[in-house]
Write a protein that binds this ligand. Structure first.
Ligand code: GTP
Length: 252
């Protein structure tokens, strides 16, 4: 049974900051957001976690392997090096969707995202190291079949983007409401999904749903592990099996 640790990473009072004392240069905002995401992704990744940029002002991470103290170090380091601060909520559970809801509630209960008095909240609970198992995290790595041949080499980059995004939007909705999972576009034609305890038929059903709905053909590799990296690497290898054997669903 999965026991996913999810962290909500929310930039404190970010909206007002972007327009104070007047609207800031867009390229500067996107550069700061991207560097902040990269910093967080590397810190969390060094502890075996995955971070998803999501909306950049609110990021979501799978943080099995990080303690609350690790979260505090991340929060302090960002505060020392950036013009903004982070509030963090952490929760665990068999359902990634429920764990995110619980983590989010901790931050929301401390005040609005645009409450200038709410700064650097850190609240929640983690999967203690001694209670971790190799079943705690389930990652599904979806990929559009032959995106290069069907889209990249045939369409302009934006029309390809529209096609890939249609597949992502349909998959993310379906995995959220039918399978209690959190789906994230991670570049190219790749979608990483943080899942509860799903089985092969669940993935076949999801792939068929997306193909029926928006005519985007997906393949998926699924892995399990004590943290996101271990589960995600297993998923990548399972995806390579899909490519080698021409199959659509492989569980490591
Ligand atoms: N984030 C992430 N992006 C990847 C990964 N592998 C490939 N990509 C991205 O996906 C794009 C397409 O790569 P492929 O999926 O190998 O190309 P494809 O034409 O779809 O080939 P097949 O998937 O084998 O059908 C690349 O240009 C990268 O941007 C990965 O493991 N993680």
């Amino acid at each position: 049974m999965t026991n996913t640790q999810v962290t909500l990473i929310q930039i404190d009072n970010y909206g007002p900051w972007t327009v104070t004392p007047e609207p800031r240069r867009e390229a500067d905002l996107q550069t700061m957001q991207s560097r902040l995401y990269a910093d967080i992704s590397q810190f969390v990744g060094n502890h075996g976690g995955y971070t998803f940029f999501t909306r950049f002002d609110n990021m979501i991470a799978v943080t099995n392997g990080l303690s609350l103290e690790d979260h505090a170090v991340l929060q302090e380091s960002v505060g020392n090096r950036y013009p903004v601060t982070l509030s963090l909520g952490v929760a665990t559970g068999t359902s990634p969707v429920q764990a995110l809801a619980d983590a989010t509630e901790l931050v929301q209960d401390a005040g609005s995202a645009q409450d200038k008095h709410r700064r650097e909240i850190l609240d929640g609970r983690v999967v203690e190291a001694e209670h971790g198992t190799t079943e705690d995290v389930q990652i599904a790595h979806f990929d559009v079949i032959d995106a290069t041949g069907n889209y990249t080499d045939e369409l302009n980059a934006f029309d390809t983007f529209i096609e890939i995004e249609q597949g992502y939007a349909e998959l993310m909705r379906h995995m959220r409401y039918a399978h209690d999972s959190l789906s994230f576009f991670v570049g190219g034609d790749n979608i990483i999904v943080v899942c509860p305890n799903l089985e092969e038929p669940d993935y076949r059903e999801a792939i068929a749903h997306v193909e029926d709905a928006v005519d985007v053909e997906l393949q998926v590799g699924v892995g399990r592990g004590a943290n996101a990296h271990d589960a995600g690497m297993g998923a990548k290898h399972a995806l390579e099996t899909c490519r080698a054997d021409g199959t659509r669903v492989e569980l490591e």
